[in-house]
Write a protein that binds this ligand. Structure first.
Ligand SMILES: Nc1ncnc2c1ncn2[C@@H]1O[C@H](COP(=O)(O)OP(=O)(O)OP(=O)(O)O)[C@@H](O)[C@H]1O
Ligand SMILES: [Mg+2]
Length: 313
């Protein structure tokens, strides 16, 4: 649904976005993660056809962002990272204004506004002044606005920034609901854990470059090139631990062999699929391996490893 190829934006000599490529399949919730200044907003503004790329391009539902700007705008619902609402109007007037701007025909306009308000929990707040909304409600109203023209793709730039934990949870469940309705959702954040449980795929950007992209599991697997293995040896076989430790120390890709109660803990620098190569010499030497456990890295660790330093607040 979103296909990005070598997308590049320069400000003077500085590459804010440098040859970024990735794909988002239909129906995905794609988390676009990166520290402050990584190039998220710049990428998003190019996808939303508000900023012209210097090189490369992207297609949204097959439409090129450089040549089919009007058509792309009809496909997407874009929620910027700043809150630009007209404060002197009510919730209803605000949505009605944008529904007219989207040229939604008069006969369906009221029904569509009602539907959007129901989805975003505004039905009882239609007369409330926009100026009196809390930040969380205002963010939700912004989202309601982006849904009016029933876009296939939602592009949301840090929609949960500045929200309290409860409002964040509510926002996430709304995102899931929209995903269940069949929308493809592109959502940026600089906090990975905030998205890790609702996204189906992730791209991590740093200093204008895509560091890695894929499903959370894929990324975890790519990063599992350094994992901790716990190898348990049969009970009553304690005396064989030293022997097992010696065998492991001689293997390539194995570091930090430590004897623990009933087992060994090692740092293993190979692929997850090749763990058997570590176990094989043990088994060949008749060491009674009972179990092997691999500590999987969580996404937050991966993010910290991938984006070393350069974090500014
Ligand atoms: N109009 C501009 N002129 C010059 N430099 C810019 C402009 N817009 C963005 N930049 C620079 O490009 C880089 C990327 O900015 P961008 O806003 O895309 O980052 P971001 O990932 O959205 O960060 P944040 O998490 O703070 O929102 C930053 O170093 C920023 O200072
Ligand atoms: Mg930004």
């Amino acid at each position: 649904m979103i296909c990005v190829r070598n997308l590049t934006k320069q400000f003077g000599n500085f590459y804010a976005v440098n040859k970024v490529s990735f794909d988002v399949a239909a129906g995905e919730i794609f988390g676009f993660i990166g520290p402050n200044g990584a190039g998220k907003t710049t990428t998003i503004r190019m996808l939303a056809t508000l900023l012209e790329p210097d090189d490369g391009t992207a297609w949204i539902d097959g439409l090129c962002i450089r040549t089919k700007q009007q058509e792309v705008r009809r496909k997407i619902g874009y929620m910027p990272d700043y809150f630009g609402v007209y404060e002197g109007v009510t919730v209803w007037e605000y949505l009605d204004f944008f529904a007219r701007a989207y040229r939604i025909p008069v006969k369906s306009r009221n029904r569509i506004i009602e539907d959007c308000m129901a989805l975003t929990d505004f039905s009882k707040l239609r007369e409330k002044l926009v100026a009196s909304l809390s930040k969380g409600m205002a963010q939700r109203l912004c989202l309601a606005k982006t849904l009016l023209h029933d876009p296939k793709v939602l592009i949301l730039d840090e929609p949960t920034s500045g929200l309290d934990p409860r409002a964040r949870i509510e926002f996430r469940s709304l995102i899931k609901e929209l995903s269940n309705m069949g929308k493809t959702i592109f959502i940026s954040s600089h906090i990975l854990t905030e998205l890790s449980e609702c996204v189906t795929s992730i791209g991590i950007i740093e200093k204008g470059e895509m560091v890695v992209s894929g499903s959370p599991q894929e990324i975890a697997r790519k990063m599992s090139s350094s994992a901790t293995l716990r190898i348990m040896i049969g009970i009553h076989q304690g005396r064989r631990l030293a022997e097992a430790a010696q065998i492991l120390k001689d293997l390539p890709k194995v570091q930090h062999v430590q004897e623990k109660q009933l087992g060994l803990e090692i740092e293993y620098q190979g692929q997850a699929e090749e763990v058997y190569l570590v176990l094989k010499p043990l088994v060949m030497a008749d060491i009674p391996v009972v179990s092997v456990e691999q500590s999987t890295q969580n996404l937050e660790n991966i993010f910290m490893n991938l984006t070393k330093g350069g974090l500014e607040e």
